[in-house]
Design a protein around this ligand. Sequence first.
Ligand code: NAD
Length: 415
Amino acid sequence: MQSYNSFEVAQSQVMAAGGMLNLDKATLELLLWPQREYTFTLPVRMDNGDTSILHGYRIQHNFARGPAKGGIRFHPDETIDTMRALAGWMTWKAAVLDLPLGGGKGGVICDPRKMSPREMENTARAYVRALWQHIGVDQDIAAPDVYTNPQTMAWMMDEYETIAQRHQPGVMTNKPLPLGGSEGRRSATARGGVLVVREACKTIGVDPTGAYAIQGFGSTGQRAALLHQEVFGGGRLIAVSDSSGAICNQRGLNPKELLVHKLRTGSVTGFPESQQIGLDEVLELDVSVLYPAALENAINIENSDRIKARIVCELANGPTTPQGDKILFEKGIHVIPDILANAGGVTVSYFEMVQNRYSYYWDESLIHKRLDAKMTRAYHTVRSAAQKGKVHPRLGAMLVAVARVAEACKLRGWV
Ligand code: NAD
């Protein structure tokens, strides 16, 4: 399969939208590149007494609409280009949802699978010591990402507050609830995805209580499996996969029992009354809704012709390649692009920042209601833009986002 440089893909999406919007050269150039990039080394004391020199990054893509916002990954294979691409996508995601934020992303090159909790804590605190002057509630707000979690955010927030000598919980989001986290954050990404599926089903006339399938039964996929049935009062989950295998049952898998099985065995395979199928077959079944919730490039030039879903809701970041996109569009499959479909997470993170500023916390039902309003409006704005421009929904979403950010840059007099 062809490999992609994510940053080149991200830049080509900006160029496509910028071309249709007739952006001038300076505005386009500004939006193609991150506004600020920080690279630094982190001396981290390991449990055996050695000091490891780790490499850290933070990319702040655009500040025109507000402070940067985005996750921090601890991963051995990250590159500055993946972080640049992801930071840009955060800018577009926030703009599609009309949040007063820009995009950021960062990380540390390390392998958490080989690190103890104390080494993770030392790394998290060292990251903040290196960067603290350039992050903050009005500059750049971080969140967990690959191999980081609410505990990582708790350490980072504590380090930041210790240096700044004031209470600033809003510097990190997706914190544990006792430290100023928000109700509803854990399920926000999946809930946002199911809500836009609801709008898509109404708009294009698909029955959401038909069959659905999920690639990637991780934290987002598991919640989507449950929420699909909760929101629609039905629906048959006919197939799921994780990195260890894939299973199918045309009569329907019970998501709650499957979750218990996965927690007990670590895998979806071996679930009673299911048959094992090939990993890629999950994507190719005849379903109303397919949720890719695992990896980049899952739907590509090799398999997109075999996709039969009526709606593809991209819970994962970048699950469809540019060539795959084109084929799905030609086949009339309704793709809800990642910068819309999985934006529920950053939306509730934004709600968390607002609650932290007020020091007044909302109950879960209010979070769900406000998330629903934001996702519903964003879905229809993107749909209208795509229809007006006669383009596929991903470009429709980029048209909305790029226009909003370009307007903010112009109003500031930057370009
Ligand atoms: P996760 O690690 O909890 O889950 C990923 C799942 O994918 C795991 O179950 C893993 O076994 C499975 N997987 C890996 N390779 C696979 C393969 N070849 N076939 C099938 N399954 C495979 O991660 P997550 O937090 O659920 O994130 C999933 C995706 O959603 C990522 O692309 C992430 O960037 C995106 N996303 C997550 C959030 C969030 O709030 N968690 C927000 C926005 C986007």
